[in-house]
Design a protein around this ligand. Structure first.
Ligand code: ASP
Ligand code: MG
Length: 314
């Protein structure tokens, strides 16, 4: 059994956000941009399917695009774009890419293929844009949805989910890796693979450090630390579900599949590089809070962090 979690096509989520912002600003060119997004998917479908198969895919693509068009027209009329509406707008990318991928597998694999609707199965709170997963329900849903067959491929969209009112939510930018880890942990997978566009986790950012090289192995703690502090290859929350169940996490390069990539596990064999890597984050603000009035006053740190948290500063 394999669960394939797909993200949106490259750049589509950014384009969707941009389209929604244009509509909000009353800029009617959002329609052209929406057309471009639609044609990109249609072109991909045309390359993947025969004319006959395309007839099964096209109505869904059209319906999704029409829904999005209506939604964006609503945004244009009321000139308001809430995080809640933006999540539904963004969900188009994964909804459509998952549908196309599932259909492609259906027509080309000799084993059962099922398309799972992430918006029904992955349940979250209503913190739009960065919703927190409700694991009990989500795990039960995923187990039930994949339990029926012994061997097969399931395809689902990453990043997208819904709250208890079935309103669409998203898991934070880059969140499709996280969905893969959630599904892997829920189903006690033998391994969770993240297919990206670089040779796994590197010792440093190769654009900044010429001698950077790929790490073959690292621990969950090291991966967590590096991703939280700037290594872009892994979406930081992805590691937690794998770590909880001690499921090996493998980072592979789509454009270089023969390369082993990086294997993330509990322990790594000792090697002669005591320092695993160096990361950096740009555009950091350093806040220092000081003053004689703070001395001996309890709760200052609590108030400071609460104030930052209210603004979603991590
Ligand atoms: N499509 C989403 C994004 O661009 C999720 C992902 O790609 O992982 O943020
Ligand atoms: Mg991604």
């Amino acid at each position: 059994k394999v669960v394939v979690v797909v993200s949106a096509m490259g750049g589509v989520t950014d384009a969707l956000i941009d389209t929604a912002r244009k509509a909000q600003a009353g800029d009617e060119t959002y329609r052209d941009q929406l057309d471009e997004i639609y044609y990109r998917h249609r072109k991909a479908a045309e390359e993947l399917f025969t004319a006959e198969q395309l007839k099964q895919v096209q109505p869904f693509l059209k319906e999704q695009t029409r829904n999005l068009e209506n939604l964006l027209y609503g945004v244009l009329l009321i000139k308001e774009l809430s995080a809640r509406v933006l999540d539904t707008v963004m969900s188009y990318g994964e909804t459509v890419s998952a549908f196309i991928t599932a259909h492609y597998f259906k027509h080309n694999l000799q084993i059962p293929v099922e398309h799972l609707d992430s918006k029904q199965l992955v349940k979250t709170d209503s913190n739009f844009g960065y919703a927190a997963v409700q694991f009990d329900q989500t795990n039960a849903n995923l187990q039930q949805a994949t339990g029926g067959i012994k061997k097969g491929v399931f395809v689902m969209g990453g990043f997208i989910a819904s709250d208890r009112h079935n309103v669409v939510t998203t898991l934070g930018r880059g969140g499709s890796d996280y969905t893969a880890a959630i599904a892997g942990a829920a189903l006690n997978a033998a391994e969770i693979e993240i297919w990206t566009d670089v040779d796994g986790v590197m010792t440093a950012d190769p654009r900044k450090v010429k001698k950077a090289f790929s790490l073959l192995q690292m621990t969950y703690e090291e991966a967590m630390e590096m991703s939280h502090f700037g290594a872009k290859v892994i979406h930081p929350p992805t590691i937690q579900p794998a770590l909880d169940k001690k499921i090996p996490l493998r980072i592979k390069n789509t454009f270089n599949p023969a390369f082993p990539g990086t294997l993330i596990t509990t322990q790594t064999p000792p090697d002669d590089h005591p320092v695993k890597g160096i990361t950096s984050i740009a555009q950091i603000a350093l806040v220092s809070l000081q003053g004689s009035g703070l001395i001996g006053v309890t709760g200052i740190a609590g108030r400071l962090f609460s104030a930052l948290a209210r603004r979603r500063v991590n």
